[in-house]
Ligand binder design. Structure first.
Ligand SMILES: [Zn+2]
Length: 447
C-alpha cells in the first residue's frame, strides 16, 4: 500500500513538474499568452477569485507569512537532521572500526526505507555492553527516519503547487502583449503632448465641478464598498475593447500589513497565487479609484504595469462618477505635464521658437488646472494622514528600514521590467490622445 502511494506521489509530481517546465518557454510563443489570457485565464480567475473571495481576510497575505515561516522551519529542520546524521555517522564510524563487518547493515538503517526494523535490530544490538536492553533507543531512531522524508515530501508538493499557480496564474498571462503590441514607439511631437495635457486638464476640471460637496465645499465621499462598485462598473464599461475586463470582480481586501505598505509607498497588491486584490488602508480617497482600477486590471490578467496603468486611466476616463474621473486621471496628468515641460525645454534648446501666431495659439489653448482640484487633493491627503496618525503603529521603529528596502525594490523592479514599468504608461496615453487629433491641433505643423 505504502509503496503504491509513494509511486503515485512521484508520478504526479513528475507530470506536474514537466507541465510547469514546458509552459515556461511556451509563454513566449507568439500569440499563445494572449490566447491563454483571453480564454483560459478568465476561467481560473472566475473560480479561484470566487473561492478566495469567501475568506474575510487576505488569504494570499496570510499564506505569504506562512510560507516564510515554513521555509525557515524547513531550513532549521534540515540543519538539525544534517547535524544528527553527521553525529550518527561519526559514531558508526567509530563502531565500524571496532566491528567492520556490521557497518553495512548500519548504513541500510539510515536509508529512507522504513522496512528496517529487522535491519535496525542488529545495528542497535551492536551497542557495546548493554545488549540486553535494545528496545528503548531503537524507537526514536525509527521515528526520525520516517519524519524527515514525509516532511520533505509535503514540502516538495507545496513547492510544486506554488510553481503551478505562479506559471498558470501569472507567468503566462504576463507574457501577452495586448496593449504594448499597439505601441509604435514613435517620438511624440510638442502638439501631441500639448493636446493630451489639455484634454486631461479639461476632463479633470469638469469632473471637479460635478463632484457632490457639503455646505463647506468639502467632497462627500462614498464608503469604500460603494467606491469599489464604481470602479467595477467603469472597468466593465470598457470591456468591449478589452475583453478580459468583463465579468466577475472579487471584493478587494484591506492589507494587514498596511503600515509597511505605507512606509514602502505601496498602494496595493494583487496576489497571483490566490487572485486576491488588497490595498493599503491609508491610501487617500481620491487615489483609491486609480489604484483599485490598476489592481483590478492585474487581477483580470493584465499584469504588465504600463498596461494596468493605462487600463486604469482608460476606465477612470470613462467612469460615470466624477470622483473616479478626477481621482483617476491625476497621476497620468502629471506624467503628461512633465513630458510637456521637457518638450518645451527641448524647443528652447533647439532654438526653435514658435511664431507669434503659434505662441498666441499656445497661450490661448493651454488649460490650467482649477485651484479647487489642488484643494481637493490636499484635503484628501490630509484626511489620509489623519487616519494614519489615529492608529497605533507598533512596528514604527522599522519604518526607515522599510523605506530603504522600498527604494531598492522600486529601482530593481523598474530595471527588471523596463518599458513595461509604470513610466511606460506615458507612451500608451499619448498614443491614445494622438489618435483623436485633427490637423488643426498640429499648430506647429509637427504632425
Ligand atoms: Zn501594478
Amino acid at each position: 500500500m505504502e509503496r503504491k502511494s509513494r509511486h503515485w506521489y512521484w508520478k504526479i509530481l513528475a507530470i506536474a513538474g514537466i507541465i510547469i517546465l514546458a509552459f515556461v518557454p511556451i509563454a513566449y510563443v507568439s500569440g499563445f499568452a494572449t490566447w491563454y489570457a483571453d480564454h483560459v485565464y478568465p476561467r481560473i480567475q472566475a473560480v479561484l477569485g470566487r473561492a478566495t473571495g469567501w475568506f474575510p481576510f487576505a488569504l494570499g497575505e496570510v499564506l505569504m507569512y506562512v510560507v516564510a515561516v515554513y521555509v525557515a522551519v524547513t531550513v532549521i529542520i534540515l540543519i538539525v537532521f544534517g547535524i544528527l546524521a553527521l553525529v550518527r555517522r561519526c559514531k558508526r564510524g567509530k563502531a565500524a572500526k571496532a566491528e567492520p563487518k556490521q557497518s553495512e547493515s548500519v548504513d541500510a538503517e539510515n536509508e529512507e526505507e522504513p522496512a528496517s526494523v529487522a535491519q535496525a535490530a542488529p545495528a542497535n544490538l551492536e551497542a557495546p555492553a548493554v545488549q540486553a536492553a535494545p528496545a528503548a533507543p531503537e524507537a526514536p531512531a525509527k521515528r526520525r527516519s520516517r519524519f524527515l522524508p514525509i516532511y520533505m515530501k509535503v514540502f516538495l508538493a507545496c513547492v510544486v503547487i506554488g510553481l503551478w499557480l505562479y506559471v498558470f496564474n501569472w507567468w503566462i498571462p504576463y507574457h501577452d502583449y495586448v496593449l504594448s503590441a499597439k505601441t509604435h514607439k514613435k517620438e511624440f511631437t510638442f502638439e501631441e503632448i500639448f493636446y493630451a495635457h489639455n484634454e486631461l486638464a479639461k476632463q479633470i476640471n469638469a469632473a471637479c465641478l460635478a463632484i457632490e460637496r457639503d455646505a463647506d465645499g468639502k467632497i462627500i465621499y462614498p464608503g469604500r464598498d460603494e467606491a469599489w462598485k464604481t470602479v467595477v462598473r467603469a472597468m466593465q464599461s470598457v470591456s468591449g475593447e478589452y475583453v478580459r475586463l468583463k465579468g466577475y470582480y472579487p471584493m478587494p481586501k484591506v492589507a494587514m500589513c498596511s503600515d509597511v505598505l505605507e512606509w514602502m509607498n505601496i498602494g496595493g497588491y494583487t496576489y497571483p497565487y490566490t487572485l486576491e486584490l488588497t490595498y493599503n488602508k491609508y491610501i487617500n480617497n481620491l487615489y483609491f479609484y486609480n489604484l483599485l482600477a490598476h489592481e483590478a486590471a492585474h487581477h483580470k490578467g493584465y499584469y504588465k504595469e504600463n498596461e494596468a496603468m493605462f487600463l486604469s486611466f482608460y476606465a477612470c476616463r470613462a467612469s460615470d462618477d466624477p470622483l473616479m474621473v478626477m481621482g483617476g486621471l491625476w497621476d497620468v496628468y502629471w506624467r503628461v505635464y512633465d513630458a510637456l515641460s521637457a518638450a518645451n525645454e527641448d524647443l528652447d534648446k533647439q532654438g526653435f521658437r514658435a511664431s507669434e501666431e503659434q505662441n498666441a495659439y499656445f497661450n490661448s489653448h493651454y488649460v490650467e488646472i482649477l485651484p479647487q482640484v489642488y484643494d481637493d487633493f490636499y484635503g484628501a491627503r490630509e484626511e489620509a494622514q489623519e487616519a494614519y496618525e489615529e492608529d497605533d503603529h507598533p512596528l514604527e521603529e522599522y519604518r526607515e528600514t522599510a523605506e530603504q528596502a522600498a527604494d531598492v525594490g522600486w529601482d530593481t523592479q523598474a530595471e527588471l521590467i523596463g518599458e513595461f514599468s509604470y513610466d511606460g504608461v506615458l507612451q500608451l496615453v499619448l498614443e491614445y490622445y494622438a489618435g483623436q487629433m485633427t490637423d488643426e491641433d498640429y499648430f506647429l505643423g509637427g504632425k
